[in-house]
Design a protein around this ligand. Structure first.
Ligand SMILES: Nc1ncnc2c1ncn2[C@@H]1O[C@H](COP(=O)(O)OP(=O)(O)OP(=O)(O)O)[C@@H](O)[C@H]1O
Ligand SMILES: [Mg+2]
Length: 246
């Protein structure tokens, strides 16, 4: 990963002197970046600080909006100096496009609004009391019908041309009693299979299995099973237009 060429002199100095503690633009800088990009007219606060990105609650004119901001710096696992990621704009663009593709296909995802550099805005799922909870953080009243909705959602996503790749009870929000899928940063497009359809479908199969296994773990606490084999083969059959998996 390229490193030094991207660290300009002032950044290197601030890191060395310890001012840039988290190797991150501070809240004020991010707020400024959001406002000057025109993604929002007001920044209200941080909803979530993740490994690769932070999510902010912001205002656009009178309404609330969520803004995901990819981190510009990441600390290397091997220690040493932080790496400036030159692909954060690309990551934001990818997630924005994947979310848009799913939204166009009618799947419950936060409607994406706009992208600017390493940030994009989308519909805020939640209300005045706070953001919608993650599936992982709540007890379901009717787990069986919710599970059916989740599996239907995964199938609808595939029909819309998207396989999530990082599906788990952390990336599903429960809003108005429905599952809403978020965090499409690692998603795969499966409507266009590219030059190697077999390979893309294999990747899709692995991603679906990983995601459904993760959900199995979550739903097992309600004593519910997921027949992932059947679901995956049903999904792959509809995607495999050229019969390459036959
Ligand atoms: N549109 C939204 N409305 C309300 N809350 C949201 C929205 N999008 C994300 N969030 C909140 O932000 C959290 C993090 O979002 P997301 O899963 O997209 O990124 P992440 O997992 O932090 O990224 P990373 O890959 O860096 O870990 C979610 O768990 C959810 O609580
Ligand atoms: Mg996530």
């Amino acid at each position: 990963m390229p490193n030094d060429p991207y660290l300009d002199a002032s950044v290197a100095w601030r890191i060395k002197s310890g001012i840039l503690d988290l190797h991150e633009a501070g809240y004020r800088d991010i707020r400024e970046a959001i406002l000057s990009s025109g993604l929002a007219t007001d920044v209200i606060g941080l909803i979530s600080a993740g490994k690769e990105a932070d999510v902010y609650l912001a205002g656009f004119n009178e309404g609330p909006i969520a803004i995901k901001v990819y981190r510009l710096y990441q600390t290397s696992h091997k220690g040493g100096r932080p790496i400036k990621l030159d692909q954060t704009g690309w990551l934001a663009a990818k997630e924005y496009e994947m979310t848009r593709q799913a939204w166009k296909g009618g799947v419950r995802v936060p409607t994406p609004a706009r992208r600017a550099e390493n940030m994009f805005s989308m519909r805020y799922l939640g209300d005045e009391s706070g953001p919608a909870p993650r599936l992982n953080d709540i007890e379901l009243d009717e787990p069986e019908s919710f599970l059916t909705k989740v599996i239907n959602g995964v199938e609808e996503l595939a029909k819309a041309g998207v396989v999530h790749s990082d599906l788990s009870a952390y990336n599903i929000l429960v809003y108005e009693h429905e599952p809403w899928f978020i965090d499409f940063s690692e998603a795969l497009r499966v409507d266009r299979l590219g030059n190697a359809p077999w390979q893309r479908l294999q990747e899709a199969s692995v991603a679906l299995e990983r995601g459904l296994n993760s959900l199995k773990g979550y739903f097992s606490k309600y004593g519910l099973e997921i027949d992932s084999k059947t679901a995956i083969s049903r999904i792959l059959r509809t995607l495999d237009k050229f019969g390459v998996l036959e």
